[in-house]
Ligand binder design. Structure first.
Ligand code: AMP
Ligand code: ZN
Length: 114
């Protein structure tokens, strides 16, 4: 989608600090990090949110979590721990309507989230 920020990043039309990519997913550092490590993992194809996924997206959804795991290892978080977050819709605090997983770590995370 040409008017979608994360589609533009996936197409490399808008610069981002890309830390990993494969044929289906991309990971880049959040522009306003909320933790010492804060990276976003997106599908390269446009998907607005989890509930927009169908059975056909099963492999893609699995791949997104594997990319989260790879990024966490790459950033040295696997032992200390980290948070994987998918803000969804208005009450979930989603601001960019292209599915993305936040991987955040490098500090202790509070619970429950605000
Ligand atoms: P959410 O609020 O869950 O939809 O998360 C959107 C995230 O995208 C926020 O953490 C923003 O800081 C981040 N963000 C917005 N624009 C950019 C950008 N151009 N490059 C990297 N991250 C961005
Ligand atoms: Zn998009």
């Amino acid at each position: 989608m040409s008017d979608c920020l994360f589609c533009r990043i996936a197409e490399k039309k808008i610069p981002a600090k890309v830390v990993f990519e494969d044929d289906q997913t991309m990971a880049f550092d959040d522009i306003h990090p909320q933790a010492p490590v804060h990276t976003l993992i997106i599908p390269k194809k446009h998907v607005a949110a989890i509930q927009e996924c169908s059975e056909q997206d099963q492999v893609l959804l699995g791949r997104l979590l594997l990319t989260c795991s790879k990024v966490a290892k790459m950033k040295g978080l696997a032992e200390s721990g980290y948070r994987v977050v998918v803000n969804t819709g208005r009450d979930g605090g989603q601001t960019v309507f292209h599915l993305h997983f936040h991987v955040a770590g490098g500090r202790s995370m509070g619970w429950p989230p605000g």
